[in-house]
Design a protein around this ligand. Structure first.
Ligand code: SAM
Length: 284
């Protein structure tokens, strides 16, 4: 499995071994509606993949990665690290890069910022300025990230991939049929990512969005289009009753996923220690 070089908040890399086997064998178009780090779509075998996310700057970055050669991309990254002397400890150079990005919005600079930012988070303010603080002593562009980027680029360059920036409800599903798979990994109503609160210059996630999404999935189902939804029904002391009630009234398939599943080991750690219930829901 390929790991996204973005270390994206809420990324599904660790669950891929449980999610991908639940996908159908033959997929014409795979739509990663809430693409984020693209961890899921990049690993799915399909004739065409569409990565969609409302975070336009993220999609701009993927377009830049898709449309340029590996040589150009690695040269850009490595030259910039050298010229700015970016490192785990050089906060001033990180802040300089951040200022530069907020002026020019050069897409590859967003990749570099995410490499050195606190927890690799991508966060914008209401003025659409990137504002994640420096990941002092912890975050940097390292060998592993370089390897992940290298493999990620191999797939981006060899596959038929399209990008879009619609909010999920604006996606025109009349173009899809029952050979396609629409995958949704939305912000979770009962846990928090930086993209959840609606104070970041982008729409947040709330009960209305959740209901709209469930309605969107019902519409896909009525139109004979396959969907898969990732979500959590329980997290710590919170329960997603909207999702649970919706499921109670329908006959969709619910697969429980083990968040601490370790594929390469015979030993399993404690199952979902914090009592969270992570699921994949499908209509096929
Ligand atoms: C949980 S993350 C996806 C993680 C991804 N599956 C991965 O493995 O890397 C959710 C994503 O949904 C995006 N998002 C939030 N609201 C959206 C909306 N209304 N329509 C489309 N994307 C949205 C956020 O920008 C964020 O990138």
């Amino acid at each position: 499995m390929i790991k996204s070089p973005m270390n994206y908040t809420g990324g599904k890399y660790k669950l891929l071994n449980q999610i991908i086997p639940k996908f159908p064998q033959n997929i014409r178009i795979f739509v990663d509606v809430f693409a984020g780090g693209c961890n899921v779509g990049i690993n799915v075998n399909s004739k065409q993949t569409i990565f969609n996310d409302t975070l336009i700057y993220l999609i701009e970055l993927y377009l830049e990665l898709k449309n340029n050669s590996k040589g150009y991309i690695f040269n850009y990254i490595e030259e910039k690290i050298k010229s700015l002397q970016l490192s785990k400890t050089n906060q001033a150079s990180y802040l300089k890069l951040r200022e530069e990005y907020n002026k020019n919005k050069s897409p590859l600079d967003l990749f570099l910022l995410s490499a050195y930012s606190f927890n690799h988070q991508i966060r914008f303010n209401n003025k659409h300025e990137f504002n994640t603080p420096f990941g002092k002593n912890r975050s940097s562009y390292n060998t592993r990230m370089r390897e992940n980027l290298d493999k990620f680029l191999d797939v981006l360059h060899s596959k038929e991939i399209k990008f879009s920036t619609h909010s999920f409800e604006k996606i025109d599903y009349s173009q899809f049929n029952n050979d396609d798979l629409i995958y949704c990994d939305p912000p979770y109503l009962i846990s928090t990512g930086t993209y959840n609160d609606g104070k970041r210059g982008f729409d947040g996630w709330n009960e209305n969005k959740e209901l709209e999404l469930l309605n969107f999935l019902d519409e896909l189902n009525k139109n004979n289009i396959r969907f898969a939804l990732s979500n959590v029904i329980k997290h710590k002391d919170n329960k997603n009753n909207i999702l649970q009630n919706w499921l109670n009234e329908r006959k969709y398939n619910i697969y429980h996923l083990d968040c601490n599943y370790v594929n390469s080991s015979y030993h399993r750690k404690n199952k979902n220690k914090d009592g969270s219930l992570e699921v994949l829901i499908t209509n096929y």
